[in-house]
Design a binder for this molecule. Sequence first.
Ligand SMILES: Cc1cc2nc3c(=O)[nH]c(=O)nc-3n(C[C@H](O)[C@H](O)[C@H](O)COP(=O)(O)O)c2cc1C
Length: 325
Amino acid sequence: MFTLGDIKLNTPVILPPLAGISSYPFRALNRKFGCEFSFLEMIDCRSLVYSSKKTREMMRFTKEELPLGIQLLGENERFLLKALEKIQDLPFSMVDLNAACPQRKVTSRGAGASLLRTPKKLEKLLKLMVKNCAVPVSLKMRLGWNDASRASDIASSGQDAGIKAIFIHGRTKAQGYEGGVRYEAIARIKKKLTVPVIASGDILNAGLAKKMFDETGCDAVTVARGALGNPWIFREIRKYIEKGKILKRPCVEDIIKTMKSHLKLSCDFYGSKRGLAHFKKFFIWYTRPFKGGRPLRGEIVRLNTVKGAIDMMSKFKKIGLRDKK
Ligand SMILES: Cc1cc2nc3c(=O)[nH]c(=O)nc-3n(C[C@H](O)[C@H](O)[C@H](O)COP(=O)(O)O)c2cc1C
């Protein structure tokens, strides 16, 4: 059992906020496959305060999904406070501050990973959140802007500010997704902190999740890219860390069944036109392990009907079964 703030999870594996991805359909699907705690997509404090249509849609969730966390993006105290006010009656179990997003449009205004360059400001924002939030606050950080030397100091000052957990992607902002994950740097942070450390980076299968636990001593992990077109990863990790067993990969029929549920969830949520558009990138991820599926991945982009997507799945079945032989 893993305790995070006020919630208890049987398996220490979390679905993090994924911008543009972790809306209701993706979360609901992963929940069905054993993910016990997910975050909404990252929410910009300004958009939340102005309550844009897009943000209202990003904030939609169902009771069945709880517990849920929300991650805020912001660098401005006034907007952060107003954003906290806006969510104070919503049933989130954790409120996270993003100090990890590497996108230029975010960092150029001092938000996201840029906060790692201004640790005093980051600490101030966290203190403000802790003071004004009824539920536990957490911090998501990378190891640093362009070097990891201050990572454990930044994490410690977050803990001193009163956060109840730290999420860490084991790379610097400058690394992007290049180079390996710095397990030793996460391990140093874990040694220094008493709050739970939740690690991320390259957990693309159950073996890599175990490696993260073994090499860093982290309390839990998040799975981001590894869950794209692969909701099975949650139960695979659970089985492997609990029983040391490697589960068989899903067969082509199971992949298609899951794709159909995913497409339906998407269309029910967004309407068929946008739902299809949202699903297309997942079709690419679901079929990526199959070399023979490459022409279909090209074709799906041009499709504009839900029926066309279902037909594409039938074509994929033939290719998938052939690839297996
Ligand atoms: C498409 C995508 C969107 C992401 N969006 C967010 C986000 O909104 N907030 C955040 O803290 N991290 C975000 N991340 C970073 C992941 O949570 C994670 O830390 C990073 O991808 C490393 O983990 P992985 O190797 O499992 O992908 C995103 C990652 C991806 C691939």
